[in-house]
Design a protein around this ligand. Structure first.
Ligand code: ASP
Length: 579
């Protein structure tokens, strides 16, 4: 039996007069003055079926049984729609299939949710993912993802990169998350770790002489889930030997340009802007600034050092935002609440009314030089951050984003890509009282900063960079340490004991000691890229089968309890009963 001559969305006026068979899902059914209309849907679109009781009495009879999402096979003749029934929004809107024969191939019970319903509970959607995935938006996302990965592969292969698969069962690779562990039955008491990234394997591949590696790699990170995190994510993972920063950046720009051009028809301008981490954090209060709008944070510390306003005088750092709106008291109180949530003590402000005069309880303390610096257009507000530089950046950065959005300053049609370079090598963990790697422990210090690893680690910058698109961190990487001695020094700084260095990273240190070329690379988050590319706000909906917020899969029920026999073989005894 022939299922179909064409896909539903492919029928065109050229086929008028022809007999066709189509198969697909019943998207909608409408009864109209004796005629029944069914929109038959598949991945390509919909085609309208018309069932006329005089022409096809058997088919007409059957239509009474048909419900949404039944699978149907339909035979008929392509006819032109009446002029008033033409739907210019549909590629198949000028024609319909006048049926001769109709078969029900599969049935479907009443649906747990309608496919065009918005705001359906996520667990319900994931539980019935086969239905959820039939929706237009998800069909588009998954197809876009496949197209994007196809383009990426082509660009990488054309540039001479080898796709090399690395193990899923391996040793821990620190990327700042917890490891997923897999018990090893053949070595009781031992565990594999699922890769947080192929980081160490790709470095070994460079030491092994492969020169240019890439992989579309699945990575596992046992994180407490937040909106922008996944436990199972996919990366475009890249590494090169003898790296040149400009070359690496331009290769990645070529990849992104090709993706945007082929998937969206948008021509991105390259080279992308570059900015040091210090500048990004000072000017935008973020290491992933959204450059689709201005509202730069401004520096005031020099001028406020001798301020009569005590809070300014005492603060190691004072910065401000000039917001193009004169806020009311009530609005300012709300903004202050917001600032406090991000760690501010309060929110000093100056409102410039329509008269252009500054209004604020602090104005009387401010010198002429201060007022001159803060001076803003009539109908605007100056908001201040005062305190430690990192805290000021955080608070004003968050305010900038919120206000940019609220005031409609973001150009939603713009594509702004930015390289953020020269990240700090390490940051101080106040709770643990130790230095943590900002990127990962294998990132190399910036040229000339090697000695700072011992003398002033906080001042050391790394040869590490991120690629930010419209305020989303799309990728990140670094040049690596290829000298075993320097790698040991960085491990020492991170308080990884010599024994731990051996047991966790002995293989890396051994490999680095046997002719390691300079190397470096980058990884892009496929899901993050898709979010930006496809304007998809929900990170989980960039994957066909995501886990929910609690890391569970409501469809399959994973994670599930293990068979006690299996656990015995693994010599594992749960100390807490499964919840
Ligand atoms: N492994 C790093 C990451 O997953 C990327 C890199 O350094 O190439 O973020």
């Amino acid at each position: 039996m022939k299922w179909r001559d064409l896909m539903c969305g492919e029928v065109r006026p050229e086929q008028i007069g022809k007999k066709l068979t189509l198969s697909g899902w019943a998207d909608t059914r409408r009864d109209h003055g004796g005629l029944v209309f069914i929109d038959l849907r598949d991945r390509s679109g919909v085609c309208q079926l018309v069932i006329n009781p005089e022409r096809a009495p058997g088919a007409f009879q059957l239509t009474h049984e048909i419900r949404n999402e039944f699978v149907l096979r339909a035979e008929g003749e392509v006819v032109a729609r009446d002029p008033e029934a033409v739907n210019p929004k549909l590629p198949t809107g000028e024609i319909e299939l006048q049926l001769d024969k109709l078969e029900i191939i599969s049935r479907c019970p009443p649906l747990p949710f309608q496919l065009d319903e918005e705001n359906v509970d996520e667990t319900l959607r994931l539980r019935n993912r086969w239905l959820d995935l039939r929706r237009d938006r998800l069909q588009k996302n998954i197809a876009l993802r496949a197209q994007m990965v196809g383009v990426i592969r082509r660009v990488m292969e054309e540039a001479g990169f080898l796709d090399i698969q690395t193990p899923i069962l391996g040793k821990p690779t620190p990327e700042g998350a917890r490891d997923f562990l897999v018990p090893a039955r053949l070595q009781p008491g031992r565990f594999y770790a699922l890769p947080q990234s192929p980081q160490l394997y790709k470095q070994i591949l460079m030491i092994a002489g492969f020169d240019r590696y890439y992989q579309i790699a699945v990575c596992f990170r046992d994180e407490d889930l937040r909106a922008d995190r996944l436990q199972e994510l996919t990366q475009l993972d890249v590494e090169v030997a003898f790296p040149d920063l400009d070359e690496l950046f331009s290769l990645m720009e070529r990849m992104l340009k090709a993706v945007w051009s082929e998937c969206l028809g948008v021509e991105l301008e390259a080279p992308f802007q570059r900015m040091t981490w210090d500048e990004a954090v000072t000017r935008f209060g973020s290491d992933k600034p959204d450059l689709r709008f201005g509202l730069d944070i401004q520096e005031a510390t020099e001028v406020t050092r001798d301020s009569e306003f005590g809070i300014f005088a005492k603060a190691p750092c004072v910065r401000f935002l000039q917001v193009p709106r004169a806020y009311s008291r009530g609005e300012l109180a709300k903004l202050e609440e917001f600032a406090k949530e991000w760690g501010a003590g309060g929110l000093a402000y100056i409102v410039y009314g329509e008269d252009g005069e500054p209004h604020s309880p602090i104005v009387k303390f401010l010198s002429e030089a201060e007022l001159e610096l803060f001076s803003s257009a009539p109908g605007s507000t100056v908001l201040f951050g005062a305190g430690e530089p990192a805290a000021v950046a955080r608070v004003l950065g968050q305010l900038r984003l919120k206000l940019g959005e609220e005031l409609g300053l973001i150009n939603e049609d713009a594509w702004r890509f930015l390289w953020v370079t020269d990240f700090p090598l390490v940051e101080w963990d106040e709770e643990e009282k130790r230095w943590d790697a900002v990127h990962h422990p294998f990132a190399r210090p910036a040229v000339g900063h090697e000695a700072l690893v011992e003398s002033d680690p906080g001042a050391a910058r790394a040869l590490a960079y991120d690629l930010v698109g419209n305020g989303v961190e799309l990728g990140g990487g670094s040049f690596r340490i290829h000298e075993p001695e320097l790698q040991e020094k960085v491990f020492d700084l991170l308080r990884i004991s010599p024994e731990e260095q051996r047991s966790k990273f002995g293989f890396l240190l051994d490999a680095l000691a046997m002719g390691a070329p300079p190397h470096g690379g980058i990884a892009f988050g496929i899901e993050r890229m898709l979010m930006v590319l496809g304007h998809e706000p929900n990170l989980r909906d960039t994957q066909a089968f995501p886990k929910n917020q609690a890391g569970a899969d409501p469809m399959t029920g994973a994670p599930s309890e293990a068979d006690p026999k299996h656990l015995r073989e693994l010599r594992i005894k749960p100390i807490v009963p499964p919840s």
